[in-house]
Design a protein around this ligand. Structure first.
Ligand SMILES: CC(C)(COP(=O)(O)OP(=O)(O)OC[C@H]1O[C@@H](n2cnc3c(N)ncnc32)[C@H](O)[C@@H]1OP(=O)(O)O)[C@@H](O)C(=O)NCCC(=O)NCCS
Length: 329
């Protein structure tokens, strides 16, 4: 059975349940108000039901504020079209008020299915991918939480460009956790090739442009000197060679201590193990006490320290065992 056919069947079941629900409300309201008003209220009451079930159960998308609002708006237009058609069916075709909704539903099922499918699948993203609003959220989180990182210092627009690159590059892995409204609550990024990350960012993101905008800032020149001349021997010696690096990990303050970061680390490690990667590392500033507690609680062990631009960094490594194979029961 093709996926489109399964979707159409699920749409029919959800639509059927929604129709019964709507019809019940319509028939009850008919006792109190005009049939057009009864119909309108019934559709508004069914709006939440339809948005959640069509997005999630029928088309397999994560319900987020963005897609529920866009589908909700469509559903309002759909309800208005229903109302217009209902008027035609009752006033022109002379079908009794009690049966008119059935005739309307039969007539508009196919265009409604095709439009719903188009709006939910083509105009909203599949679960797990990131869009422009996510990149704006990530940039904001990064600037608020790690204000002294080079990415943050280059400003919101560059931070969004950074996350856009990290989310799409083959050499990086980006994971996020969302709050109930679908906004980004936590994020992490790991690089499988950290040694080339800065060069790739310079070539594939507008790093040079944003650096030029900040050309009078002393911190930029210090960072540039470090990058261009790789002058920090202690750093080069402290960082493990050829291992992936966790380059970013953030949880919004209001979502901390809910296990979001630990969950992302677990998911990241599964992905690394699938690639047969035996270990990875992270560097944290000495002042990032919470981060160090966090990493140690996840099994990282301290492997050394180094100083760069007057800041002391700790390097922590996590050894990964082989991925546990599922055994047949
Ligand atoms: C570090 C950080 C990502 C942790 O995120 P989080 O989602 O709150 O972490 P979790 O809820 O998954 O915590 C898991 C465990 O880590 C440890 N931990 C986390 N935050 C801690 C803190 N502030 N103090 C002590 N231990 C902490 C605890 O053992 C915790 O388990 P518990 O809550 O059952 O005690 C978050 O504090 C943060 O964003 N900090 C600012 C940015 C930063 O420093 N990033 C790291 C850059 S390298």
């Amino acid at each position: 059975m093709s996926e489109k056919f399964k979707e159409a069947l699920r749409f029919l079941v959800v639509g059927g349940a929604n129709f019964v629900f709507t019809l019940l409300i319509y028939e009850l309201l008919l006792l109190l108000v005009d049939y057009r008003l009864a119909y309108l209220f019934a559709f508004l009451a069914a709006l939440g039901f339809t948005a959640v079930f069509n997005i999630n159960a029928v088309f397999g998308r994560q319900v987020q504020r963005r897609n529920s609002v866009s589908y909700g708006l469509y559903y309002c237009l759909y309800s208005a079209a229903n109302l217009a058609l209902l008027t035609v069916v009752v006033e022109v075709a002379g079908i009794p008020e009690i049966w008119a909704p059935v005739a309307v539903q039969v007539a508009i099922f196919l265009p409604h299915f095709l439009l719903s499918r188009y709006i939910i699948t083509a105009m909203t993203k599949p679960a797990g991918t990131l869009d422009e609003r996510d990149f704006a959220d990530l940039a904001q989180l990064q600037i608020t939480m790690l204000p002294y990182s080079l990415v943050s210092r280059l400003g919101t627009a560059y931070a969004a460009a950074y996350w856009r690159y990290v989310a799409s590059a083959d050499e990086e892995l980006a994971l996020v956790r969302r709050d109930e409204s679908g906004r980004i609550a936590a994020a992490c990024a790991a690089s499988l090739d950290p040694a080339s990350l800065t060069r790739r960012l310079a070539m594939k993101t507008p790093l040079a442009f944003f650096a030029a905008l900040n050309c009078l800032s002393p911190w930029l020149w210090r960072a540039a000197a470090g990058i261009l001349f790789s002058h920090n021997v202690a750093e080069a010696e402290a960082l493990p060679k050829g291992q992936p690096e966790m380059v970013m990990l953030l949880t919004a303050p209001e979502h901390r201590r809910k296990g979001m970061a630990r969950e992302m680390v677990g998911e990241l490690e599964l992905q690394l193990q699938t690639r047969q990667i035996p270990a990875y590392y992270v560097r944290t500033m000495a002042s990032q006490q919470a981060a160090q507690h966090f990493y140690k609680s996840c099994g990282f062990v301290e492997s050394g320290t180094f100083e760069a631009n007057g800041i002391v960094y700790h390097v922590l490594i996590k050894q990964l065992g082989p991925r546990a194979e599922r055994t047949a029961p």
